[in-house]
Design a binder for this molecule. Structure first.
Ligand SMILES: Nc1nc2c(c(=O)[nH]1)N(C=O)[C@@H](CNc1ccc(C(=O)N[C@@H](CCC(=O)O)C(=O)O)cc1)CN2
Ligand SMILES: Nc1ncnc2c1ncn2[C@@H]1O[C@H](COP(=O)(O)OP(=O)(O)OP(=O)(O)O)[C@@H](O)[C@H]1O
Length: 197
């Protein structure tokens, strides 16, 4: 396994700590309002309108919340998929039919109840990617497990859209050889086409 250099790992850790603390300080009221703005911004994307199969995520505490968007997409008769963690830090996409009946996962995550059908990353039209911080240059910092870095290898760059709160957007975030670039960023305030977009 190729290791990332210690300084880069340190810089990622420090930024992650800072951003997660800021995220945890948000109130539920604030987040509910911001989640409605996220929904409006995402449905305005031509990519959303064209997409049949969308991978979203079920927010953990403080994370950009896609619940209103998911409800809307289900009503729009889109197929919605959610990350499923597999062994060896691999990830799959499991189909979500309703916003209830979840089981409890690590980090307070909501997991899909079994059984669910899975599709391959190549079959998705749009992948909404969670992030702890993003750079307008297309760099992304996640939770640090590398799930998305591995997964996005099989998703073409124009389909990778990061969704996060506006204060989490920076000029650039520390990135290494495994990190995957994203082409768009959507926050409650704006839509950014990155330098890689
Ligand atoms: N909403 C959302 N879903 C997501 C992600 C995300 O960032 N946001 N992920 C983005 O990557 C994946 C899950 N990422 C994970 C990252 C770390 C650990 C983890 O450290 N697990 C520890 C237990 C930690 C704890 O419970 O405190 C473990 O399993 O030992 C688990 C999942 C897929 N789903
Ligand atoms: N494709 C890959 N193959 C092997 N190791 C990888 C790959 N992608 C990432 N890694 C390793 O996974 C670890 C976590 O990476 P990193 O800190 O960049 O995750 P992240 O992007 O913050 O998290 P995530 O992608 O889960 O949201 C690092 O040690 C990295 O070297």
């Amino acid at each position: 396994m190729i290791m990332e250099e210690p300084l880069l790992i340190y810089k990622k850790k420090e930024l992650r700590k800072k951003m997660l603390a800021l995220r945890r300080a948000l109130s539920t009221d604030e987040m509910d309002k911001m989640a409605m703005c996220l929904r409006a911004n995402i449905v305005s994307l031509p990519q959303y309108k064209k997409a049949n199969r969308i991978m979203a995520f079920l927010a953990m505490r403080g994370e950009s919340n896609l619940d209103p968007l998911i409800e809307q997409a289900l009503a729009d008769e889109k197929e919605i998929y959610i990350p499923v963690c597999l062994p060896e830090r691999q990830m799959g996409a499991g189909r979500l039919f309703s916003m209830s009946g979840f089981t409890k996962g690590p980090l307070g995550l909501r997991n899909l109840p079994a059984p669910y059908t899975m599709i391959g990353p190549e079959d998705l039209d749009l992948v909404l990617v969670p992030a702890v911080a993003c750079g307008v240059d297309g760099t992304r910092l996640g939770m640090g497990a590398g799930y998305y870095d591995r997964y996005l290898e099989r998703v073409s760059p124009e389909k990778r859209v990061s969704v996060l709160w506006d204060f989490q957007v920076m000029d650039s975030v520390p990135n290494g050889i495994y990190d995957k670039y994203i082409s768009k960023i959507v926050t409650e305030k704006r839509i950014i086409i990155t330098k890689r977009g």
